[in-house]
Design a protein around this ligand. Sequence first.
Ligand code: BES
Ligand code: ZN
Ligand code: ZN
Length: 527
Amino acid sequence: MQVAVKRDKPEQVAVDVLVVFLRQEKSLPPKSAVLQLDARLVGRMRDYLDSGDFSGALNSTVLLRTNGKIQAPRVLLVGLGKPDAFKIDVLRQASATAATAARRLGVSSVALVPPTGDVAPVEVGQALTEGALLGLYTLKKFKTATDNEDKDNLREIALLAHGNTQRALENGVQRGQIIAAAVNMARDLSNSPGNEINPSYLAQQAQEVAAKTALRCHVLDVDGMREHGMGCLLGVAQGSDQPPAFIILEHAPHGAKEPPIVLVGKGITFDSGGISIKPAANMEDMKMDMSGGAAVLGTMQALAQLGYPRRVVGLVPSSENLPNGKAVKPGDILRAMSGKTVEVINTDAEGRLILADALAYAVQEFKPACIVDLATLTGAVVVALGSQATGMMGTDKAMMDRLRAAGDASAERVWELPLFEEYSKQIKSDFADIKNVSSGREAGSIIGGAFLKEFVGDTPWVHLDIAGTAWTRENRAYIPKGATGVGIRLLVTALEDMVEEPAQPAAKGARPRVAARPKTTATAKTS
Ligand code: BES
Ligand code: ZN
Ligand code: ZN
């Protein structure tokens, strides 16, 4: 899909559909391009508002024929909702509504008239681009063509610049394209079945991401894992015929050697539960148990392409969780890379096992400035927060404040759960240092967090449990059902907010930095 910025006036642009965004209020915006356009349309837009036939409610639409009064044969009105409820996400949603409506019409080109207001044009450009490209996402690869049904002809989306907004809009479009491509790549990985996406495939995907950016990629195989003493990852992997992989991606702009920000993503490419096998109902959804890993791959790709100025490392421990004759059993004791011994009570709590080794690897190999992990870790977080927020736990208040602010700004919200000391007592084992689950079902997500905390030492660390937010059963404005690609927009926003200095020269082979959006208001300073 091509997204471009054009200087044409709305009434002159030659496209199949002209999209006009309108707020839920009685009048058209004063002194605006929309008002001029309405004059050409002899007041038809105004008529729709006055009559109440179009209210401007968020994501509502009306299609008008223009009968030669302007260049485009149709105008699509798209509602932005009440002015006092306006936030940047409204633009993502409305743009997705416009783009998907255009696709349904079978047309090939649309032009969007960006709404004017308080929002900076770079943010408008980014939000409209993200919304359209995320909303149009589909995974067609596994469907054989059904004739006719699919009349997807949409090829071109133009944003119409007014005044001196062109450069800023273009910048926003470029940022939006980078981010949407990363999110849609992550969605592809999570939606694709486990017989295609296995640990080796994920590793190959990481190599491909590195090949097209300036990222460095290194993959540890079983021997490498043995050398590092990754007994927990190897323990989970031993129940499957597919070899595990430990993916390391590094973004080191201008050869930066500073302590990196480390991102860790759970990469279980299928979670059957292992010997503690899961019930059959909905087990097919467990192909998405690598969504944390996909988010890390996508975030690394986006940061590289955006020319992010700080050093960042992405780690994805990847394995299947299956119950063959060699599989880890309840009662087995594994030794993690940190040296801690872990009694496996439940083989379905495998995510924390593979993350234990990845967190220890991060601490030992990189001495990071901070670590953020993303994992579809517990069903309990779905019970607690549903699909509206990611569960957040951690040891660093400033980082959590930053992620909360980034969550609000990116509409990938997070909500904190406590990690009181007392929870850690519940994972003491009679036979090993710790066990991988507690005795009851209480505070399931927090127990997962408390387990991970054992492996981060005093490195500032935040754990994001995305089990509820990585997958949706209903279509949303710019999130079609299935994998959401959650985490990438959140992390890019949070990491960009950590950068105080202006753009620095990018590494050789990296793209020049794509200027950041204006800062979101993080409520706390870094420690
Ligand atoms: N991958 C699952 C968690 C999950 C559940 C992800 C639902 C997405 C949707 C994880 O490995 C798991 O099975 N966790 C167990 C932990 C339990 C054994 C302590 C769970 O949540 O039941
Ligand atoms: Zn599991
Ligand atoms: Zn799992």
